[in-house]
Design a protein around this ligand. Structure first.
Ligand code: PLP
Length: 420
């Protein structure tokens, strides 16, 4: 209660802005995730790894735009590319461009894909991957997993889709990290066009798929001729070739997005040539795939420059090492407390669990101590860290190591005050 009262007091401008915003936006914003009771903080600007609120507070940005903000708010190479593109290329040209071809070639090479298509978002990438799989197999159903999040209209928090999920009847939901259930549902259901899975569930946040589970999913999909789609919208940043490289997976299709557009709205899906040919318009029966901004010049240019010049394979590896070391330090200070930290590389989830469970294998098992979780969020903000209320952290390139250590110190202090 006291923390909430302090929040209201230190964010008075945000409260005023929220009262205006609710007059034209349901709940006052356009992303439900960003609604934080009693009202959300309004950010004014960002620079490097920091964001600055309308209330005059500076925060180290650990939201990292849910992994899309990997480059931070003002990475010079990205910034220059965006300005050059606006000045010398133009916004959208209503035509195919060299920019999209070069970005496609780089993504194909980096992630070992034969052909790709661009979209506006990760949601659309999954939508088109599923449609492609349906056309390719002539089948209809899609196996997904409890706790899976594949985009705005593909969300499976329980054993059924959320209400606004499209094609409500076409999903078969198996338990994440349950090898036997995955095998039974994929191999036993019939009419399975695709299996869609995250290598680590982002919405958990950060429930890591086991090697055995992910390989079982791949094997069962192959066995029944279903298209194995790996959703790497979040995880593609975890290694130069994505999580599939880390786990030795060979998906038929991969969906990605987020930082691969250099911070501009972006999605991409692709994989095996024979499947992706269903989208080849030189064949009169091809599936249509449209989207006004699919090849928007800013995303194509910034995404390419980001991947080729900034987030190079070496930078990728050392960045993820840094993330792993931060997680280890957090795990160390959380020993014997209710806090546990999940994740891989530079993406992690901070949980406060009722039963002190230290290993989280499934969304369903999670019993959060909501009061402690809330208190953590309020107090970390007071210490100058911007994290999601659900407890996810996605690091930004160039965040100074001292700032990460300061975070560990603040978490340690919090746990000593309230953690056991
Ligand atoms: N798939 C996963 C695993 C995601 O984490 C997200 C977004 O967070 C999406 C798909 C949807 O991507 P977008 O928000 O770009 O539509």
């Amino acid at each position: 209660k006291a923390a909430k009262a302090r929040y209201v007091a230190r964010n008075a401008t945000s409260l005023k802005l929220h009262e205006e915003a609710i007059k034209s936006l349901p709940g006052g914003n356009t992303r439900s995730l960003l609604h934080n009771a009693p009202f959300p903080v309004f950010m004014k600007s960002g620079k490097d790894h920091k964001v600055f609120s309308e209330d005059g507070h500076a925060y180290t940005d650990f939201v990292g735009e849910l992994t899309a903000g990997l480059y931070g708010h003002s990475q010079p190479t990205i910034q220059k590319t965006l300005v050059d593109t606006i000045q010398n290329v133009g916004l959208n040209l209503g035509a195919t461009t060299k920019l999209e071809a070069q970005h496609a070639a780089l993504i194909c090479e980096r992630f070992n894909l034969s052909l790709v298509r661009f979209t506006n978002s990760g949601t659309e990438a999954n939508l088109h991957a599923i449609q492609g799989a349906r056309r390719f197999t002539g089948k209809r159903k899609v196996v997904v997993f409890t706790g899976g999040y594949h985009g705005a209209c593909f969300c499976f928090p329980e054993d059924r889709p959320i209400e606004n999920c499209i094609d409500l009847d076409d999903w078969i939901i198996a338990d994440y990290n349950d090898v036997e259930d995955a095998k039974a549902k994929i191999e036993g259901s019939g009419d399975v066009a695709a299996v869609l899975v995250e290598g680590m569930q982002g919405a958990g946040p950060c429930i890591v798929g086991t090697h055995e589970f992910l390989h079982q999913v791949q094997e069962s999909a192959r066995k029944v001729g279903a298209v194995f789609i790996l959703d790497e919208v979040m995880t593609s940043r975890l290694a130069p070739g994505g999580l599939q490289e880390l786990e030795g997976l060979t998906p038929d299709l991969t969906s990605m997005g987020k930082y691969l557009g250099g911070g501009i709205t972006f999605g991409v899906f692709g994989g095996k040539e024979n499947i992706m040919r269903v989208y080849d318009p030189r064949d009169g029966t091809a599936l249509a795939h449209s989207g006004t901004f699919n090849n928007n010049t800013l995303g194509m240019a910034a995404g390419y420059v980001g991947l080729s010049q900034v987030y190079t394979p070496d930078v990728n590896r050392s960045f993820n090492d840094l993330g792993n070391s931060l997680r280890e330090k957090l795990q160390k200070v959380s020993k014997g407390t209710k806090m546990t930290v999940t994740g891989r590389g530079t993406i992690m989830g901070i949980h406060f669990l009722e039963d002190g469970m230290k290993e989280l294998k499934s969304f369903r098992d999670r019993k959060d101590d909501m009061d402690l979780k809330e208190l953590f969020w309020f107090e970390m903000m007071e210490d100058g860290f911007w994290i999601t209320r659900r407890g996810s952290v996605a690091l930004i390139l160039g965040t100074p190591a001292e700032e990460l250590d300061r975070f560990v110190g603040c978490v340690d202090g919090f746990l000593k005050r309230y953690g056991s």
